[in-house]
Ligand binder design. Structure first.
Ligand SMILES: [Zn+2]
Length: 480
């Protein structure tokens, strides 16, 4: 399938949620806000750009010949920014949900990472792109984790994103050391030169991609040798690259970092100069006050992954405290194997629920806060807020229309309804950079049924080659 052309069109809804500008301080109590909303509104898309946002009656009168999409009953909102995922897990959902992060990494992710290749990356990415687009995502920040020597598997992600017409930032989440051997020495799984070669190949591949950018991936600081970490800092400073990594995800990380470096991971990242480049870090759960200050001072963007954190029992990211200090916090699904889906709308709702429950206080976060995180917050965390995240003239035309379903039938407060009530069923149309990639509730760039059929044998092959079938984590191959 080739990508649809960029359209000139007016997208109309009962409400347009622009997410433009900062919301004024909210009054206490359950009060709907009209800030950033246009009632009976429309968005004018042309040549991949948003050229106007305003009342539908005015825009249709000003452009009488333009096609109008939407019957005026739905909700128009900026495309969601999924700030953290691993498309390397695209074909590996539904395993190990009762394992802690370290156990899960060892038993599921490490064997999986040995068996990935560019075809599995490309087809898995296209499969999950359908799920992402149908949950309103127009931009995804990926970290592809693998140890399949010489495969350059991470480059397949760019092919998959391009086929789907999805905007993205890709990285290779390399780790050159894995655990300790019997003598207590670090076990080397890849050479530094191999990792650097794939990072550079991925950056080169992105140069020819219209909508896909590159970050240098660091799976975890502990999974890298000091030599590779130094290389990361040097390469990012020399090339102007940002970094995509995980920080302070689980308590074990703090203990291991303490015994290896005599300091926790955030202090170590700062000491080696890693925070001198733009960093996007997943999780940031196990933080002290001083570490929150460091993240704010160095403008580290945080990806909050509520569903994955709850499945793995990792802990609760102090989102209200981070946002209170001005840290840019986005929302991520995290990988398909630790979620176990790529439904962004689930992650958005879970973000609100998690913090209300954690603080036993419904006031600690509201629907606006989490929708801000899922749009402009994620865009800021990725340094893409000049392009995406809100519906404003001059930004790229990444737009979602929710319409037709019971999910959005009742719109007393459209932002609250989107956060707590919307599901992929309500996603009717999606434009990425002005191209309509979801139309009438179907992805038009990747045929869902065909892609599922194409991936089925790849899933079975992956279960076999990784050993996950033999170890009993996957029942693929057992069924006759
Ligand atoms: Zn992750």
């Amino acid at each position: 399938m080739t990508l649809p052309d960029r359209e000139e069109v007016l997208v109309t809804g009962a409400w347009v949620i622009t997410m433009a500008g900062r919301r004024p301080r909210r009054p206490f109590g359950a009060v709907a806000t009209t800030h950033g909303l246009v009632a009976d509104g429309a968005v004018h898309l042309r040549a991949g750009e948003i050229v106007a946002v305003g009342p539908a009656a005015e825009l249709t009168a000003a452009h009488p010949g333009l096609p109008v999409v939407g019957d005026g009953t739905g909700v128009v909102l900026p495309g969601l920014v999924n700030t953290h995922t691993h498309l390397s897990e695209a074909l590996a959902t539904g395993m190990g949900s009762e394992l802690s992060l370290f156990e899960w990494g060892e038993r599921i992710i490490a064997p999986l990472g040995n068996a990935l290749d560019a075809e599995r990356a490309r087809e898995g990415t296209a499969l999950r792109a359908v799920e992402l687009l149908l949950s309103g995502v127009t931009c995804v920040n990926d970290m592809f984790v693998h140890t399949a020597r010489g495969s350059l598997a991470s480059l397949g992600v760019v092919d998959g994103l391009e086929r789907a017409g999805l905007r993205g930032v890709v990285s290779y989440g390399a780790e050159d050391i894995g655990g300790l051997d019997a003598t207590g020495a670090a076990r080397r799984v890849l050479e530094v030169a191999e990792v650097v070669a794939e990072q550079q190949a991925l950056a080169d591949r992105c140069r020819s991609a219209d909508l896909v950018g590159f970050r240098w991936g660091i799976g975890t600081l502990l999974g890298q040798s000091d030599e590779l970490l130094a290389e990361a800092v040097a390469q990012c400073l020399a090339n102007g690259w940002g970094v995509h990594t995980h920080l302070a995800e689980v308590r074990e990380e703090l203990v291991q970092a303490g015994s290896r470096w005599g300091e926790r991971t955030i202090a170590h990242a700062r000491r080696i100069g890693l925070l001198d480049v733009p960093v996007l870090a997943g999780h940031a759960i196990w933080l002290g006050e001083e570490e929150i200050d460091t993240l704010a001072r160095y403008r580290v963007g945080i990806a909050h992954n509520p569903v994955a954190n709850m499945i793995l029992g990792s802990g609760v990211c102090p989102v209200p405290a981070l946002r209170g200090r001005g840290v840019a916090v986005g929302i991520g699904t995290d990988g398909a194997a630790s979620n176990d889906s790529q439904d962004m709308l689930q992650a958005v709702k879970a973000a609100a629920l998690l913090h209300k429950l954690d603080k036993r206080d419904p006031w600690v976060i509201d629907a606006w806060d989490v929708l801000e995180m899922a749009t402009t917050g994620g865009a800021r965390a990725l340094g893409l807020d000049h392009l995406v995240g809100s519906l404003e003239p001059g930004k790229r035309a990444d737009v979602v229309l929710l319409q037709d379903t019971v999910d959005v039938a009742v719109l007393h407060d459209p932002i609250s309804q989107v956060v707590y009530g919307a599901s992929p069923r309500s996603v009717r149309e999606v434009w990425v950079d002005g191209r309509r990639v979801v139309s009438d509730h179907r992805c038009v760039t990747v045929d869902e049924a065909e892609q599922v059929a194409r991936c089925r044998p790849l899933v079975a092959g992956l279960a076999r080659d990784s050993g996950l079938a033999a170890s009993g984590h996957s029942l693929c191959g057992v069924r006759r």
